[in-house]
Design a protein around this ligand. Structure first.
Ligand code: UDP
Length: 321
């Protein structure tokens, strides 16, 4: 099988490339490297089953590229900036137009490949499509509560458009597509600069700096270790009877940001201090997936507890901080 992984040099994409290669597949990784990093896929440099293109999926593919693309059997579309932290250079808020286009025009171009090849297609959507949820935990049937023009809208509405065009292709051209909505995920290879809460807290704790709590820290999230998420992505694409489905993927144990700070203290063995900062606009108050559908149809089950996952992540960050 030849898999195309768009966004394959990002945090999740690079783990996915490793996992597909380890299972004996061929991988074409396409990434424009605006937020992804070549270092994430360095270990695959000399692997004959791995091809990397530094390329923007919103651009037309050339004739040479079309040749390899015509052999693609399955597509994972993970290409998009994804950090919501405006304080980070890597935030999608610094790339609002690129984010909208990666999820709209980029999705369109990859769907065209899927249509021509009759290839399987997975669109990586996000829990952000639920916005500030009025339903808790969030089921796939919930339509969300999204600010259509706030500072997160480039991502939220980009992802909503991505879902819409994926389902339009499915209905009109009967392609073999599915959508997954990814909830907060963490683990090795997170970019320490991207401003996510877990990478921030671990970096700050290891450098003996106060952990910055935005708002009062009572907002909640549910954190999924990366290997569980990758397992879910592969099940969603590879299992029978997943065409036309939408799956929440993540972990359904919910923690407040204050509780997370304490857990980071335990995982790093550092005595932490806290400092307070303003909450960004449209920062959701609560977020937790209902995983019922993924469990039933995919047999998906997150295995790694937050305690264990944080330890593994701290081990990685100790090498880079
Ligand atoms: N957050 C925080 N301190 C930080 C980074 C994030 O308190 O240094 C909060 C942020 O306001 C949000 C939660 O942690 O409520 C999760 O943020 P993250 O950026 O990881 O992802 P999100 O869930 O917002 O997509």
């Amino acid at each position: 099988m030849l898999y195309l992984v768009a966004g394959g040099a990002g945090f999740l994409g690079s783990h996915l490339c490793d996992c597909l290669i380890a299972d004996g597949h061929d991988v074409l990784c396409v990434d424009n490297l605006i937020t992804g990093k070549k270092d994430n896929i360095r270990q695959l440099d000399n692997n004959i089953h791995f091809t990397f293109w530094q390329y923007d999926i919103t651009k037309d593919f050339n004739k040479e590229q079309e040749k390899l693309l015509s052999r693609v059997n399955a597509i994972f579309h993970l290409a998009s900036p994804a950090s919501p932290n405006i304080r980070s250079q890597l935030s999608y808020m610094n790339f609002p137009v690129e984010t909208l286009l990666a999820n709209s025009l980029g999705t369109y171009r990859l769907l065209e490949v899927a249509k021509k090849n009759r290839a399987k297609f997975l669109y990586a959507s996000s829990s952000e499509i639920y916005g500030e949820p009025k339903e808790h935990p969030q089921k796939e049937t919930y339509f969300g509560n999204v600010n259509p023009n706030g500072i997160r809208s480039c991502y939220d509405e980009g992802k909503r458009f991505g879902e819409a065009i994926t389902f339009s292709y499915l209905r009109k051209y009967d392609i073999n597509a599915r959508v997954v909505r990814i909830f907060n995920t963490y683990g090795p290879k997170m970019d320490k600069e991207d401003g996510r809460v877990i990478s921030n807290f671990i970096t700050m704790a290891l450098s003996d700096k106060p952990l910055t709590i935005y708002g009062d820290g009572t907002q909640t999230r549910s954190f999924c270790y990366v290997s569980d998420l990758i397992n879910g992505l592969r099940l969603a694409l590879e299992k029978e009877n997943t065409k036309g489905e939408v799956f929440n993927l993540g972990n359904d144990e919910e923690y407040s940001i204050k509780e997370l700070a304490e857990m980071v203290q335990n995982a790093t063995g550092k005595k932490i201090t806290l400092s307070n900062d303003n909450l960004c606009p449209d920062d959701p108050t609560r977020r937790c997936p209902d995983l019922g559908r993924a469990k039933k149809i995919l047999g998906y089950k997150p295995e790694i507890s937050l305690e264990v996952g944080l330890k593994k992540t701290v081990d990685y960050f100790k090498k880079i901080v």
